[in-house]
Design a protein around this ligand. Structure first.
Ligand code: AMP
Length: 214
């Protein structure tokens, strides 16, 4: 099963993607996590990606596409995956479709987690991330058991630089310009489902399962 998560930054698609991965036994692939791991390890890719990420801009397709295509070749992708943060532009979606079509495959579901802009800025300021294992929390909607500490690996949680209010505004406008057109793209392909991301996290997940199990 190949699932794509769509939605504005902070809509909760990462949290839902992890839950889908766990339930269906497929890998959760987040291009943002891959970039952040590269930044942490100070790789050449990480250095290049950071310049864009810190401004709330998209990393160029030329850097993103090779990275994700290599990831698809790994053995754990044989039965599908849930993509979180990719594709983010029409050219990325077209590249994904072309790569899948080579094996007679296609995207099965694109799930749009809908949250209005006015809610986003509020939600982002409460977001906390573990840079060590990629886990994400929200101080109100999805708190860690111990404040400021990751449940999974015990590392310190932080407010990501790109979740700070001044960057969020730019990420939102980038989302509207470059990523929102994907909603129409997948709708035309007949694989789009929309869920209300303002509901409780578990309720949103139930709505998603209803789509995936149909
Ligand atoms: P995320 O964790 O998905 O919110 O991604 C954080 C940042 O990584 C984004 O604001 C972009 O700068 C960059 N990024 C992640 N995925 C992509 C992608 N598919 N294309 C371009 N840039 C990306």
């Amino acid at each position: 099963m190949k699932v794509i998560m769509l939605g504005a930054p902070g809509a909760g698609k990462g949290t839902q993607a992890k839950k889908i991965a766990e339930k269906y036994g497929i890998p959760h692939i987040s291009t943002g996590d891959i970039f952040r791991a590269n930044i942490k390890n100070n790789t050449e890719l990480g250095k290049k990606a950071k310049m864009y990420m810190d401004k709330g801009e998209l990393v160029p397709d030329s850097l993103t596409l090779d990275l994700i295509m290599d990831r698809f070749k790994e053995a754990d992708c044989a039965d599908g995956y849930v993509l979180d943060g990719f594709p983010r532009t029409i050219p990325q979606a077209e590249a994904l479709d072309r790569a899948l079509a080579e094996n007679g495959e296609a995207v099965d579901h694109a799930i749009n987690v809908e949250v209005a802009d006015e809610n986003i800025i509020n939600r982002m300021s409460g977001r906390r991330a573990c840079l060590s294992c990629g886990a994400t929390y929200h101080i109100k909607y999805n708190p860690s058991r111990q404040e400021g500490i990751c449940d999974t690996c015990g590392e310190k949680l932080i407010l990501r630089d790109d979740d700070k209010p001044e960057t969020v505004q730019n990420r939102l406008s980038v989302y509207h310009q470059q990523t929102q057109p994907l909603i129409d793209y997948y709708s035309k392909k007949g694989v789009l489902a929309e869920v209300d991301g303002t509901k409780d996290m578990e309720e949103v997940f139930r709505d998603i399962i209803a789509v995936l199990d149909k």
